[in-house]
Design a protein around this ligand. Sequence first.
Ligand code: APR
Length: 243
Amino acid sequence: MINPDQSIVILTGAGISKESGLSTFRDADGIWSQVRIEDVATPEAFARDPDRVHGFYNMRRRLMVEKQVEPNAAHEALARLEQHWPGGVTIVTQNVDDLHERAGTVNLLHMHGRHREVRCNACDHTTPWQGDLSTQHICDGCGEAGGLRPNVVWFGEMPLYLDQIQTALVDCGLFVSIGTSGNVYPAAGFVNTVRKIGRARTLELNLEPSEGATLFTDARYGPATELVPAWVDQLLAGVETSE
Ligand code: APR
């Protein structure tokens, strides 16, 4: 399917963390069926009602601890692939959870930020954050209160690492999209970027066909904890036999 000296870019979305106990966004029971994007996930929402926005992210941060959320077999399989794949693996995640890094992935780009990190709207200082955040907290960087916000990319803001992602997409021999519905750009457009260059194969691994399913050259459907380890085993078996 791919030569072991070619690099692989893997885009992940909320579906990969679902079996760890975290909700997706657009499934029937997803987060956006319970709260409105306009109320909690835009810069305007934060300017209008910061307490409401803090409450939403505090709840999500707390859930990670209360539900004892751990990386699952899919996160672990991707870390194993990175360790053993000769051509190199870049994981680009839309997820703000830390399950990829806790599974051992190193070459990881959090394009939508991380919810265990906060950033100051006044001075841009970022710092790791574990507990609740409020408008009373004071920024270590500038000493101001009220400006600290979750370091996540809200609707209407520019995702992170786009130059690095573009370079990785242009160079790769295989692009894989895992557990994402293909509704949010620019991530939903990565498959098209790769298609236009024309060299790489593209693979979708998802519970069901995504919005962009027809754009991929290959697809497998089912739960990530089954699909991803099986796919990684298959790829790494190819590496062993070619050595
Ligand atoms: N295994 C694999 N895929 C799954 C599983 C599972 N166990 N459970 C659900 N899925 C799939 C769903 O079928 C769906 O296609 O995961 C996808 C999740 O889609 P979304 O909820 O839209 O999540 P995502 O694509 O990551 O959202 C993108 O939207 O609101 C923003 O910033 C948020 O990063 C997020 C972005």
